[in-house]
Design a protein around this ligand. Structure first.
Ligand code: PAN
Ligand code: ZN
Length: 188
């Protein structure tokens, strides 16, 4: 039987208590997602294989919904901001919300039928991610980007398509400001 529970979420650190799981993504694991993998190698040679982001989950067994936090380190590879892998949900009718707690970033999205959108990530903004939209977050600030995500427990992740084709857009710094540009390498 499921019982109600209050789960503490620290909006500054992203700590979740109690949590049911967590994982860390090292920068090296994301190498091929950047416009310049060679610059990832150079970054790691200089700074080490840093923790690019961490995901902490509250996923009660037998529940229909789950939530948790993502904590993204600030950083850049050349002019490109630190990013998450990006994915579609495995179940095609499952959406999600991202409610930013601290830091600043951009949520890059594209639909299977060719639309691309960007939603600002900053405290107070809860992003709605409809089903069938690939989504990737980027940290455009100088502090950790912390957001609470919530979705159905069976949404699942389909990483393959974004890994092979890329996202339609990239978030880069131009003239000192976050700018979204078309990804020339997006495989249509
Ligand atoms: C999030 C993401 C999390 C990490 O929980 O999984 O931010 O991003 P990647 O999974 O793309 O590496 C979510 O969107 N879940 O569905
Ligand atoms: Zn998702």
């Amino acid at each position: 039987m499921l019982f109600p529970q209050g789960v503490a979420i620290d909006g500054a650190t992203g700590a979740v208590s109690p949590a049911t799981g967590r994982y860390v993504k090292k920068l090296s694991a994301l190498r091929d997602l950047y416009a310049s993998p060679a610059l990832v190698d150079a970054f790691i040679a200089e700074h080490g294989d840093v923790n690019a982001y961490e995901v902490i989950e509250y996923r009660p067994e037998g529940s229909d919904i789950c939530f948790g936090t993502t904590i993204m380190a600030p950083g850049m590879i050349g002019d490109e901001y630190f990013l998450t892998r990006g994915h579609y949900h495995a179940k095609k009718d499952r959406g999600e919300t991202y409610y930013t707690q601290s830091g600043e970033g951009l949520l890059l999205l594209h639909s299977r039928d060719g639309e691309a959108r960007v939603v600002e990530m900053r405290p107070g903004i809860c992003a709605f991610i409809p089903p069938e939209w690939a989504h990737r977050s980027v940290n455009t600030g100088t502090t950790p980007l912390v957001f609470v995500w919530m979705c159905t427990i069976d949404a699942g992740h389909d990483y393959g398509e974004v890994a092979t084709r890329g996202m339609r857009q990239r978030a880069v710094e131009q003239d000192g400001r976050p700018t979204v540009v078309d990804n020339p390498n997006y495989a249509t």
